[in-house]
Design a protein around this ligand. Sequence first.
Ligand code: FES
Length: 120
Amino acid sequence: MEGTGDWRCIGKVNELSKKKCQRLYSAGGKMSDLALFFHEGKFYAMEAWCSHLGGPLFSGEIEDYKGRCHVMCPWHGYMFDLQDGKNEIGLQQEVHEVKIEGEDVFIFYKTALSTSPSSE
Ligand code: FES
C-alpha cells in the first residue's frame, strides 16, 4: 500500500551532513532508493531516480532556482524543488519527511534504508 511506512533511522547528523547529496539504498531494491540532500542546515529526502528518464538525482547539484532550493538532474538538467519534488514542466518526484531526534536522522519510508549497498 502506498503511503504506509515507518520512521527509519539512517545515521547520525554529524556524518550525514558532511555530504550535500548522497544515495540511500533501500532494502526494497534499487527502484526504491532515495536521494538524501543536506542544504543550509536541513535534510531533504527524494526518490533517487529522476521522473524524466531515470537520472540519478543523488549525483545532482543543489541550486537556488526562483528563490527555492532545487536539485538539478545530472542527465538533462531538469530542476526539482527539494521541499515538494515539483518541477516546472509538471514532472514530480516523491519526497519523504525527515526528522532529527537527538543525533539521529530519520526518514518516514516504506523500507529500511542504508548509506551503503547491501552485500549482494
Ligand atoms: S533524466 Fe533527469 S532530466 Fe532527464
